[in-house]
Design a protein around this ligand. Structure first.
Ligand code: NDP
Length: 334
């Protein structure tokens, strides 16, 4: 059983007198910067000179180039994309690190695959939210927080866990619990969740319904545009994955528990496919393939993205987005 840390385990005062650099003012960085500042932590933002840099300044943060921010901080949050993190860390952050300072990653990826080269005299901790950035901010504002997987991967100072928990508390991740983990486990769970095929399973469902004679509108409403999925996601959280079934009609409960088991449990080929996905994550095949894509200008990704964008479901999605004004339901940072 993994240990779970809650609010009583963290003390934000541990961060008193320390400056925290948020390197990368993007999805996660914006949310973390706001949450830390609202918890009275001193924040500086490091970003390349682009629209995110301007936004950070507009939001009232002391904002610098990444190397400059690194030279002013004691704690360094690496919230740039995983693909560029090793390069930016080596060129702009590592030269400014002092012994016993703390480097924080929000994903185990670069450590698991050995891409991040960090010195032995610093603390390296992982605080990996199981939440997109808008949810990190919203959870902080409404007091519910958000869960994360955490690890003190390297503890040079002897203080890594205290600092990690202080940061977790300050960003709001001890309210729902920070689960003790490690980089490899986080990478496995995170990548597998991304690879098992959620978007394609929705598209397959759309294709099958169209094949069976449903209109595109009815098909899209069924599993997306109605917003029922959002409501379902909410009751999954409040009631549990199987207990929430009680909120459905009995026909639906029978269909979900009994009929769908025929496809879920008895389809060995699907299980084999999922096992292959796990093997590719564990033996580094995915990471190698993705690294080659980056080096060669993303040829496969560009082709598949173009094919996907040409799928009829996308046109339907775009039309309904406008027609039903779904964008208004989008979350915004404030
Ligand atoms: P983003 O894609 O939002 O990028 C973060 C920032 O890095 C942005 O300000 C971006 O600028 C900047 N940036 C992009 N390219 C470069 C570059 N070449 N050089 C310097 N800066 C660059 O990242 P995320 O917030 O999504 O991810 C940050 C970390 O958080 C990653 O480790 C990720 O795995 C982890 N994470 C992300 C989650 C998520 O929901 N997004 C969830 C949990 C963990 P610009 O905006 O101008 O592109």
């Amino acid at each position: 059983m993994a240990h779970i840390y809650f609010d009583d385990d963290g003390d934000v005062a541990v961060l008193d007198g320390k400056a925290v650099a948020v390197h990368g003012y993007g999805n996660q960085g914006q949310a973390w910067a706001h949450n830390l500042r609202d918890s009275q932590v001193r924040v500086v933002v490091g970003n390349i000179r682009d629209a995110s840099f301007d936004q950070a300044e507009k939001d009232g943060f002391e904002t610098f180039g990444i190397a400059d921010a690194a030279s002013r901080a004691d704690i360094h949050l690496l919230l740039v994309p995983d693909e560029v993190m090793p390069r930016i860390f080596t060129s702009d952050i590592r030269p400014h690190l002092k012994p016993n300072q703390t480097v924080v990653i929000a994903s185990g990826y670069n450590v698991t695959y050995g891409f991040l080269e960090y010195p032995p005299d610093i603390d390296l901790v992982m605080i990996a939210p199981r939440m997109i950035g808008t949810g990190v901010r919203r959870g902080y504002l409404d007091g519910r927080g958000f869960p994360s997987l955490v690890a003190a991967h390297q503890d040079a100072s002897g203080q890594a866990i205290r600092i990690m928990l202080a940061l977790c508390k300050a960003v709001g991740s001890l309210k729902q619990g920070a689960v003790e983990s490690n980089c490899d486990e986080e990478t496995l769970c995170d990548l597998f969740n991304e690879h098992f095929g959620y978007v394609y399973s929705l598209r397959r469902a759309y294709e099958i319904l169209i094949e069976a004679g449903a209109s595109p509108e009815a098909a899209m409403l069924e599993f997306w545009a109605s917003g029922e999925e959002m409501e379902l996601a909410r009751v999954h959280m409040t009631h549990g994955i199987f207990h929430q079934l009680e909120l459905h009609s009995q026909t639906s409960q029978y269909g979900q528990e009994i009929t769908s088991r025929l496809t879920a449990d008895e389809e060995d080929s699907e299980k084999q496919r999922l096992r292959r996905l796990v093997a590719r994550i564990k033996d580094g095949t995915f990471a190698r393939e993705w690294a080659i894509e980056q080096l060669t200008g993303y040829p496969v990704w560009k082709r598949v993205r173009a094919e996907n964008m040409a799928h009829p479901m996308i046109a339907e999605e775009e039309r309904l987005l406008k027609q039903l004004r779904l964008l208004e339901r989008d979350a915004h940072l404030d």
